[in-house]
Ligand binder design. Structure first.
Ligand code: BF8
Ligand code: SF4
Length: 626
C-alpha cells in the first residue's frame, strides 16, 4: 500500500488512486483546497457579509477595525444571518429534491410517467391517510394523485402546520409551539429566512436563529421526509440486502456505469435499463461480460438501500473513481457533484452526462430527464455507455471490494424486532445497548478522509452504542467493514449479544441524506413508546466530516427535534460568542438539546458517551460515570 497519501485519506483505494491521479496529472479536491490556503479568516469566523451592495463588509475579530457593516449590522447579526442563509440553502436543496419526487408521483397518477409505478401500495395508503386522503375503495392512482396534491400544499402557504408533524411526539410539538418554531409551509420557511436576512429586516440574532431552526424543521419534518416517503412509495421501502463497496466494485470486463447525485428518479431508470436483456446482449456483443451499475454519494445510497447496487465511493472519492479509467459513463443529477468532474473525465474515455433541468456542469453532455421521457432516455444512454466500452485505455482497479449489508428502513428494523420497538427499548433499559447515535454527513478535504466517521463509529460500538448512519458517513463505515454481521467482533459485549441474536451489523445503513428523517422517525417511535420526548432519550447525532449547507440544515433539525449533535468541522460562527453560546448552551433551555463542536472523533465519542450516560441517569436507568 502507498503511504504517501495517508495524510489525505485512510482508505486503501483512495491512497492508491491518489497516487494514480498524480501520475496522470489529475488535479483533485485536495490540490484545490491546498491552493486556497490560507482561507479567508473573516469568512471562517462568519464575520463577512455581502448581502447588499453597500458592502461587502467585514467585522474585525480583534476589536481594532470596524465592528459594524456599512448598514450597522454587528458581529452577532452578521454571523446569525449567514448561518440562517446556510440553513435556508440546505433546506431548499432537500425540499426541492422532495418536490421533484412529488411531481413524478403526480405524473404517475396521470399516467404520464412511463416506467415509473407505485411500488409500495401499503405506504402510499398509510401516508395518504396521514394527509387526510380517503383511501377506502379508491383506485391506487387516484390516491396517488390526491396525495401528490396534498403534499404540494405542504410546500405552500395555505396551511399553518406541516401534515407530517403529527408524527413527532406530543411533548416535542408542545415545545415547538411554545417557542414559536412550528414549521408552516416548506417553501414558506425558506422564503421567510431569505426575507428576514435581507438588509434591514430581522436584526435580532436570537429571533433570526429561531427562524433558522423553524426553517430546518420544515426540512426534517417536511421536505426531506416527503422525499424519503415518496421514494419508498415509487421505488419500494428498503429492506436489508447484501452489497459491496469501494472502487473495487468497478469491473474490468463489464460496461461500468456510475450514477452520482441524489434523486433516485434518474438512477432508478438507469438501473432498469441496465438490467434489460437486449442491452446486456448488446454489451456482450461488444466484448463485455455484462453491464455493471455502481453508485457514488447519495443516489448510490438510494440504489444500494433498495436493490443492493454496489457503491464505488463517497464525496471525496468521486474524482478518483474516474481516475480508474474504468468508468464508461457517469450520470449526474444534482447536489455535491463537483464542477471539476467534467475536466477530470476528459483525461479518460468517460462520457459525462448531466440530467437535471436545474443542474448544468462544464464538460458534460446535457441530456434532460423528465417523467415522460425518462424510460426511453435511460435506454438510449445505457446504449451509449456500451458503445463507449471499447474506447477505454488502461484500467487501474487496485483493490477488492468490501462486503456490506444495507437497507435498514425503520419498517425493516421494527420487522426484525418482531413488530415493535419494544425489544430495542428493553435492550436499552437493560443496558445491553447504552443508547444509539446517528453518524451522518459528508467528507471534507479539511479532515482526513473517512477517519472521523470510522473512528467515531468504532469507539461508539465498542462502548455498546448502536450506530445508524447515512450519506457519505454510511459509505465510510461500510468500506471499513462495519456493515457486516461479523463486525460485532468490534462491538462491546451487550451490543454484540443483541446484534448477534438478530444477525445484524452493529452499524446500520439507514440510507441517503434525506433519509436522516428515518433516524428522526426511529427517535420519535422510541420516545412515543416511553411516553417521553426525543430529548429525554439516550441518543445523539454526529457529523464528523460535514461540508455542505444541507448538513447545516440537518444538524439544526436534529437539535431542534431534541437530539444532541456533535459537529466535526467548526461552522462559520466563531465570530460571535453570543451565537456560539446560544447554539452550544442556551438552546438546552429552549429546545432541550444543543450543538457541540469537536474535530477529534476520539473526543467526540467521549462527548456522546457522556451525553448518553447522562440521559440514562435522568431516565433512572443504570449509568456509567465518565
Ligand atoms: O446528501 S453526505 S457530501 S453526497 S451532503 Fe453530499 Fe454530504 Fe455526501 Fe449526499 Ni449528504
Ligand atoms: Fe454590509 Fe450590511 Fe450590506 Fe451586509 S447588509 S453587506 S453588513 S451593508
Amino acid at each position: 500500500m502507498s503511504c504517501t497519501y495517508h495524510q489525505q485519506t485512510i482508505t486503501e483505494d483512495g491512497q492508491l488512486l491518489l497516487k494514480k491521479a498524480k501520475t496522470d496529472q489529475i488535479e483533485t479536491v485536495w490540490d484545490r483546497h491546498q491552493a486556497q490556503l490560507p482561507q479567508c479568516g473573516y469568512c471562517e469566523l462568519g464575520l463577512s457579509c455581502r448581502n447588499c451592495v453597500m458592502g461587502p463588509c467585514r467585522v474585525d475579530p480583534f476589536g481594532e477595525g470596524p465592528q459594524q457593516g456599512v448598514c450597522g449590522a454587528d458581529a452577532d447579526i452578521i454571523v446569525a444571518r449567514n448561518l440562517c442563509r446556510m440553513i435556508a440553502a440546505g433546506a431548499a436543496s432537500h425540499s426541492d429534491h422532495g418536490r421533484d419526487l412529488v411531481e413524478v408521483l403526480a405524473n404517475v397518477a396521470k399516467g404520464q410517467a412511463p416506467g415509473y409505478a407505485i411500488r409500495d401500495l401499503e405506504k402510499l395508503k398509510s401516508v395518504a391517510a396521514e394527509y387526510g386522503v380517503e383511501t377506502q375503495g379508491k383506485d391506487m392512482l387516484v390516491i396517488a394523485g390526491e396525495l401528490a396534491y396534498a403534499m404540494q400544499e405542504d410546500y405552500g402557504t395555505r396551511i399553518t402546520e406541516l401534515a407530517l408533524l403529527k408524527r413527532a411526539p406530543a411533548k416535542r410539538r408542545e415545545i415547538w409551539k411554545k417557542v414559536g418554531i412550528t414549521p408552516r409551509g416548506i417553501d414558506r420557511e425558506t422564503s421567510e429566512t431569505m426575507h428576514r436576512t435581507h438588509m434591514g429586516v430581522d436584526n435580532g440574532w436570537q429571533s433570526l436563529l429561531l427562524q433558522g431552526l423553524r426553517n430546518a424543521l420544515s426540512d426534517g419534518w417536511g421536505g426531506s421526509l416527503i422525499a424519503s416517503e415518496v421514494s419508498d412509495i415509487l421505488f419500494g421501502t428498503p429492506s436489508p440486502k447484501p452489497t459491496s463497496v469501494n472502487a473495487g466494485v468497478l469491473k474490468k470486463n463489464q460496461v461500468n456505469i456510475v450514477v452520482h447525485g441524489h434523486n433516485p428518479v434518474v438512477s432508478e431508470m438507469i438501473l432498469t435499463a441496465s438490467q434489460s436483456a437486449d442491452l446486456i446482449q448488446l454489451a456482450q456483443s461488444k466484448g463485455a461480460t455484462g453491464i455493471n451499475l455502481a453508485g457514488v454519494c447519495c443516489t448510490g445510497n438510494e440504489l444500494l438501500m433498495r436493490h443492493g447496487i454496489p457503491m464505488a465511493g463517497n464525496h471525496l472519492m468521486t474524482e478518483l473513481i474516474l481516475s480508474t479509467g474504468a468508468v464508461d459513463m457517469m450520470l449526474v443529477d444534482y447536489q455535491c457533484i463537483m464542477p471539476s468532474l467534467g475536466k477530470t473525465a476528459s483525461c479518460y474515455h468517460t462520457r459525462m452526462i448531466s440530467t437535471s433541468d436545474k443542474a448544468r456542469f462544464p464538460g458534460m453532455d446535457h441530456r434532460e430527464f423528465h417523467p415522460e421521457n425518462a424510460e426511453e432516455l435511460a435506454k438510449t444512454l445505457v446504449r451509449e455507455a456500451i458503445e463507449n466500452f471499447d474506447k477505454r485505455g488502461k484500467v487501474y482497479l487496485p483493490v477488492e471490494p468490501v462486503k456490506a449489508i444495507g437497507g435498514f428502513s425503520i419498517e425493516s428494523i421494527v420487522g426484525a424486532l418482531g413488530g415493535s420497538v419494544a425489544p430495542l427499548l428493553d435492550a436499552i433499559k437493560a443496558g445491553k445497548i447504552r443508547g444509539a447515535a446517528g453518524i451522518v454527513g459528508c467528507n471534507n478535504p479539511k479532515i482526513l478522509h473517512d477517519y472521523g466517521h470510522v473512528t467515531l463509529a468504532r469507539r461508539l460500538i465498542e462502548n455498546d452504542i448502536l450506530v445508524v448512519d447515512t450519506g457519505c458517513a454510511a459509505i465510510a463505515t461500510a468500506k471499513a467493514g462495519f456493515k457486516m454481521p461479523d463486525a460485532i467482533q468490534f462491538a462491546g459485549p451487550g451490543l454484540k449479544e443483541v446484534c448477534g441474536s438478530l444477525s445484524i451489523p452493529p452499524v446500520l445503513h439507514l440510507g441517503s441524506c434525506v433519509d436522516n428523517v428515518r433516524i428522526l422517525m426511529l427517535a420519535g417511535a422510541l420516545a412515543n413508546a416511553l411516553n417521553a420526548d426525543i430529548s429525554d432519550l439516550p441518543i445523539a447525532g454526529a457529523a464528523p466530516e460535514w461540508y455542505s449547507e444541507k448538513a447545516v440544515s440537518i444538524g439544526a433539525y436534529f437539535v431542534a427535534s431534541g437530539v444532541y449533535t456533535v459537529l466535526g468541522p467548526m461552522p462559520p460562527i466563531a465570530g460571535s460568542l453570543n451565537v456560539v453560546k446560544l447554539l452550544t448552551e442556551g438552546l438546552r433551555d429552549v429546545v432541550g438539546a444543543v450543538f457541540a463542536v469537536e474535530p477529534d472523533p476520539e473526543k467526540s465519542a467521549i462527548l456522546i458517551r457522556r451525553h448518553i450516560e447522562g440521559r440514562r441517569k435522568a431516565l433512572g436507568l443504570g449509568f456509567h460515570t465518565l
